[in-house]
Design a protein around this ligand. Structure first.
Ligand code: AMP
Length: 283
C-alpha cells in the first residue's frame, strides 16, 4: 500500500489508474480505524479495482467547542491495518494542503444540514460536504463507501452528489456493532468502563423501537416515549435528540407507514455518540 500526502501526487496516481481503465473505490475516514471502517474498505476492495482510503481529521466539521484536538489519531496503527486488508493507497493530506491560507469555498445542502445533528452542530455538515467534495475531486472515484452509522451524513452526501451532477455511486453499508450492541465509533475510546456500559441504552432503545414495530406499533410518539424511558434509566446519558424521521427529507413523521429512520444523539460524559436504525413496517 502506498501512502500519499500531497494532492498533486494523488492526482497523478489517479490519472495513471484511469489510464489503465481501472475503477477506483474510495473510503473517506478520520482514522483511528475499527471494524466499521474496515467493512467499507472490504466492500470497496471487492467491488472496485483500486481502493483508496483517506485519513483526514477535517477541522471544518468540528465546532469551536468540539473535540478536534482530542480526536484520536494513530497513523502507524491505521496504515498497518489497511496494508493487511489490502487497500492500495492511503491518502493522508495535511490540513493546510486541503485548506490553504485564505481558503473561502464551502458547500452546503440546505434544510437537511439543519436537521438532527445539525441543530447542535450548526456548521458540521457544511464541513463534511466541503471536504468530501474536495476529496471526490482529487480522487475521482467511481464508487465511494459510507456507513449507515452516520445516516444523516449519507443522506446529505447522496443529495449533494445528485444535485451537483457528480458521476459516482454512493454505497451505504450497515452499522457494525460490538457483540453487546454498542455501535463501533472512534470516540468509544474516550468512554470510561462505567460510561461504556451506560452507552448501551442507545442500542437497547433502538432494539426496543424495532420490537415495537414488529408488534404492530406505528405511532412515532409512542415509540419515542419508550426509547426515552430506556435511555433515561442511565443517569450518565444526556439525550441530545431522539427522533423518528422521513428517510428523504429528515422531517419527523408521526406515523411510520413504510419505513422511517429512528435516530439518537446523546452525551455520555463529554462524549457525544450517535446511533440509529431503519424502522420498516412489514408488508
Ligand atoms: P469517521 O472516521 O467516523 O468519519 O467514519 C468514516 C466512515 O466510516 C463513515 O462513512 C462512517 O459512517 C463509517 N463508520 C463509522 N462507524 C461505523 C460503524 N460502526 N459501522 C459502519 N460504518 C461506520
Amino acid at each position: 500500500m502506498k501512502i500519499i500526502k500531497k494532492i498533486d501526487e494523488m492526482r497523478s496516481t489517479v490519472s495513471s489508474i484511469k489510464f489503465q481503465e481501472k475503477s477506483i473505490g474510495f473510503v473517506p475516514t478520520m482514522g483511528y480505524l475499527h471494524e466499521g471502517h474496515l467493512s467499507l474498505v472490504r466492500e470497496s476492495i471487492q467491488k472496485t479495482d483500486v481502493t483508496v482510503v483517506s485519513i483526514f481529521v477535517n477541522p471544518t466539521q468540528f465546532g469551536p467547542a468540539e473535540d478536534f484536538k482530542e480526536y484520536p489519531r494513530d497513523l502507524d496503527r491505521d496504515s498497518e491495518i489497511l496494508e493487511k486488508e489490502g487497500a492500495d493507497y492511503l491518502f493522508v493530506p495535511e490540513a493546510d494542503e486541503i485548506y490553504p491560507q485564505g481558503y473561502k469555498t464551502y458547500v452546503e445542502v440546505h434544510d437537511l444540514q439543519e436537521k438532527l445533528c445539525g441543530r447542535s452542530r450548526p456548521s458540521h455538515f457544511q464541513g463534511v460536504c466541503t471536504v468530501v467534495l474536495k476529496l471526490f475531486n482529487i480522487i475521482n472515484p467511481d464508487a465511494s463507501f459510507f456507513g449507515q452509522k452516520d445516516a444523516q451524513q449519507a443522506i446529505i452526501l447522496k443529495k449533494m452528489v445528485k444535485e451537483l451532477n457528480l458521476e459516482l455511486k454512493i454505497d451505504v453499508l450497515p452499522i457494525i456493532r460490538e457483540e453487546d450492541g454498542l455501535a463501533l465509533s472512534s470516540r468509544n475510546k474516550y468512554l470510561t468502563p462505567e460510561e461504556r456500559k451506560a452507552a448501551l441504552v442507545l442500542s437497547k432503545s433502538l432494539k426496543e423501537a424495532e420490537s415495537m414495530m414488529e408488534k404492530g406499533q406505528r405511532d412515532s410518539a409512542a415509540i419515542i416515549k419508550r426509547m426515552k424511558e430506556i435511555i433515561g434509566l442511565e443517569p450518565l446519558v444526556k439525550i441530545d435528540y431522539v427522533e423518528i424521521v422521513d428517510m428523504d427529507n429528515l422531517d419527523p413523521v408521526s406515523r411510520i407507514e413504510k419505513e422511517a429512520l429512528a435516530a439518537i444523539a446523546a452525551f455520555i460524559g463529554k462524549v457525544r455518540l450517535i446511533d440509529n436504525t431503519i424502522l420498516r413496517a412489514k408488508e
